[in-house]
Design a protein. Structure first.
Lengths: 114, 115
């Protein structure tokens, strides 16, 4: 499978715990995006990486959230001290450089905070 | 007022019907206009995109953009049960650094096509 992959697909955690999600983009896609989707809503942009550089962060990304892409390949999104409001689907997307604009989405990680 | 407004439905139609899905937007800086389809518990997949005002057709799907009215539509002809999904309109907004765009999505319209 050469699509965007995300791990885990589903995470249940207790309030106050830390969680980390992983995204593996399509090979050679240097642009990577994280979005968050809550029930009944469309995805909302969180952050953008070009290679290993984090170039844009949404104000939705509070201090408890941190994202990395250390070698310009896979990316991780960590949420510290989770809150019930963090329950959502976290989607990763990737895109090649150049004129193509299409962002290819992964299947998402569904986070449930109890 | 949100930047992108989309009626969440739900919308239920019989097989073979013509489906019309719509979004309005307020930000003139949006560049590309897209429709994504999302099946339950899956990531969105791109169906169609347009850049300028006018129509674009791809098989049973037609995307329409009216920039003067800030209105976009997706028409599905001869709808099939396999078209049952949530349809999300999305619009691209330039990111300050890096020469890329972020997508701003509508809420999505849940469509059911009944056999």
């Amino acid at each position: 499978d050469t699509g965007v992959s995300q791990d885990p697909r589903h995470k249940i955690t207790k309030r106050g715990q830390n969680v980390t999600f992983r995204c593996d983009p399509i090979s050679e896609h240097n642009r990577l995006y994280w979005y968050r989707q809550t029930l009944g809503q469309g995805p909302e942009f969180l952050t953008y990486f070009q290679n290993e550089a984090q170039l844009e962060k949404s104000r939705l990304l509070s201090d408890r959230f941190s994202a990395e892409r250390p070698k310009g390949s896979f990316s991780t999104l960590e949420i510290q001290r989770t809150e019930q409001g963090d329950s959502a689907m976290y989607l990763c997307a990737s895109r090649p450089s150049g004129s193509s604009y299409e962002q290819y989405f992964g299947p998402g990680t569904r986070l449930t905070v109890t | 007022q949100k930047e992108v407004e989309q009626d969440p439905g739900p919308l239920s139609v019989p097989e073979g019907a013509i489906v019309s899905l719509n979004c309005t937007y307020s930000n003139s800086a949006f560049q590309y206009f897209m429709w994504y389809r999302q099946y339950s518990r899956k990531g969105p997949e791109l169906l169609m995109y347009t850049y300028s005002s006018g129509n674009k057709e791809d098989g049973r799907f037609t995307a329409q953009v009216d920039k003067s009215s800030k209105y976009i539509s997706l028409f599905i002809r001869d709808s099939q049960p396999s078209d049952s999904a949530t349809y999300l309109c999305a619009m691209s907004l330039r990111i300050t650094q890096g020469g890329s765009e972020k997508l701003v999505f509508g809420k999505g319209t849940k469509l059911t096509v009944n056999p």
